[in-house]
Design a protein around this ligand. Structure first.
Ligand code: G4P
Length: 526
């Protein structure tokens, strides 16, 4: 193996999917500790105490500190190079969260053991399913009285439609939590409280039948052996292929806060998670080990740092290597550009990247020429697919304070839509402008940026839209009829594509039943 293919094979690029408060930030912190990016836990920002409850977007950006909110974290672990992409999850939940999942090779699902599968997780899981992304699971908060672990795994299987294979099993919970038992190595990993902030000592006992195990578990020992027998009989066995195909999730138990079980999970992760996978383009499949550079833009972020008031395009490298000064082809524009100032985000501050390769994320300075989904190559005319728009879930009508500025408003919205900050819809039958978003903060960001960058003051009003679907029909006549009959619900999106705005879920369902020849899509490719 060449050193390049070897380095690519060692890369693991992933994101965390979870419902707010399940423990994503806490786990991230422990991962960074294990990856030695930080020395002491508790130094990472992004915890609730400094989370922006304020609606002032700029000050929110200014407050953003190291690591957790810095979008992409890279750290070496056990001869692997791990890239963890941040998936904004609280007030900053947005379409970017979904799109980030198109740029990873696998995901870690964090479940609050007391709460089970929650709705944000279901949504994010649906996005993962579009590409059958492999999912590894961590059931968190074992230091509390959680739900019956068997019931939790059943819920994962029935609600998320994925087989669950426990790798380890919790020995007790809450104040009785003793650690986890590895079902495959017959090893007990012993929980020792009070090691929250440093890399915890790894205390192991070999064999569930050993004297040490009996001593550790005391009265629980017999019951635990029965429980393990039951678990082995009732649960799926780990199968690497099924995991890689997104059909089975290996499950680890632990407590991120008390810093236990994260290491076992990370060990499994670096072992099983896929190295950078091949990616589809309109023309052919691109292998990560190809020597020529290629990549696509999955996120554009404005004003990340008030000292540099520009936009950064996040590019996932799909093949080859970026080295400073690389001549890249901006395929959509048919233009060659020499890039010497790509950045990484490792420690909050941007750093110039000297070298990056398949699986890594680099930031390109964007002065308005880069759009979501854009492909960059070393010359080949490729277009990566699988970086869609996702149907917004929240809608508002946007109106100007000063009606004379409608041109600026249109232009601003158009550009913000191209960046993925929002989506806009223009109904066929009236002159409304409807803004669609996935997270509430997106509306505020859009209003702020319209004022700041386009000098228009806009206000929002409620609008009766529940969801949107892009519509297509192969039969032109049937499409015409549909357009005639449903025109009150139809709109064009920012790219001029026909969409159906449904006031309720039931309305959408009825419309789909009434017009079986019309196709309704919840995503749209760029
Ligand atoms: P998130 O990023 O997924 O939203 O979750 P985050 O890590 O911020 O955790 C949400 C809350 O759950 C935090 O408490 C955190 O301390 C707690 N937590 C995380 N992991 C565990 C665990 O293993 N056990 C227990 N008992 N709690 C856990 P908070 O009080 O909301 O915030 P903070 O003041 O501790 O930051």
């Amino acid at each position: 193996m060449s050193s390049f293919t070897d380095a690519v094979a060692r890369r693991r690029t992933f994101a965390i999917i979870s419902h707010p408060d399940a423990g994503k930030t806490t786990i991230t912190e422990k991962l960074l500790l294990l990856g030695q990016l930080i020395q002491v836990a508790g130094t990472v920002k992004g915890k609730k105490s400094d989370r922006h409850a304020t609606s002032d977007w700029m000050s929110m950006e200014q407050e953003r500190g190291i690591s957790v909110t810095s979008s992409v974290m890279q750290f070496p672990y056990k001869e692997r190079m791990v890239n963890l992409l941040d998936t904004p999850g609280h007030e900053d939940f947005s379409e970017d969260t979904y799109r980030t999942l198109t740029a990873v090779d696998s995901a870690l699902m964090v479940i609050d053991g007391a709460k089970g599968v929650e709705d944000r997780t279901i949504k994010l899981m649906n996005v993962c399913r579009l590409r059958d992304t492999p999912i590894l699971s961590f059931v968190n908060k074992m230091d509390r009285d959680i739900r019956d672990p068997i019931e939790l795994l059943d819920e994962v299987e029935s609600v998320l439609g994925i087989a669950a294979a426990p790798i380890n099993w919790p020995m007790g919970m809450g104040s009785e939590f003793k650690g986890v038992y590895n079902l495959y190595t017959d090893t007990l990993h012993v929980f020792k409280p009070g090691q929250n902030k440093v890399i915890a000592e790894d205390i192991q006992i070999n064999g569930l039948e050993s004297e040490e195990a009996k001593n550790l578990l005391g009265d629980m020992h017999e019951d635990f052996i029965d429980e393990i027998e039951l678990v082995r009989g009732a649960s799926h066995e780990f199968d690497l292929e099924a995991y890689r195909e997104g059909k089975l999730t290996p499950v680890f138990f632990g407590t991120a806060l008390a810093n236990f079980g994260v290491r076992e999970m990370l060990d499994g992760f670096v072992e099983w998670a896929p190295a950078p996978l091949p990616r589809a383009t309109e023309n052919r499949q691109v292998e990560a080990t190809e020597e020529k550079f290629s990549g696509f833009v999955f996120k554009i972020q404005a004003n990340m740092d008030p000292r540099h008031r520009d936009r950064i395009a996040f590019l996932r490298i799909c093949s080859g290597k970026y080295t400073k000064g690389l001549k890249m082809r901006h395929v959509r524009l048919g233009k060659d550009v020499k890039i010497a100032d790509a950045v990484s985000f490792v420690a909050g501050d941007r750093e110039l990247v000297e070298e990056a390769m398949s699986g890594d994320i680099i930031g390109l300075h964007n002065h308005g020429t880069i759009q979501l989904g854009d492909t960059f190559t070393e010359g080949e005319e490729l277009k990566f697919t699988g970086i869609p728009h996702f149907a917004p879930e929240l809608f508002k009508r946007i109106r100007l304070r000063d009606p004379m500025k409608s041109k600026q408003l249109q232009k601003g919205l158009q550009q913000l839509a191209e960046e993925g900050s929002t989506q806009v819809f223009m109904p066929l039958n009236n002159s409304d402008l409807i803004v669609g978003a996935v997270g509430v903060l997106q509306f505020e960001v859009v209003a702020y940026r319209l004022k700041d960058e386009y000098k228009v003051e806009a206000i929002y009003e409620p609008v009766n839209v529940h969801t949107v679907r892009w519509v297509e029909c192969k039969d032109a006549k049937k499409l015409e009829e549909f357009k005639r009959k449903c025109s009150d619900n139809l709109a064009l999106d920012g790219g001029g594509h026909l969409t159906y705005l449904a006031p309720t879920r039931v309305n959408l369902q009825l419309t789909q039943e009434r017009y079986p020849d019309i196709e309704f899509f919840s995503t749209r490719e760029h």
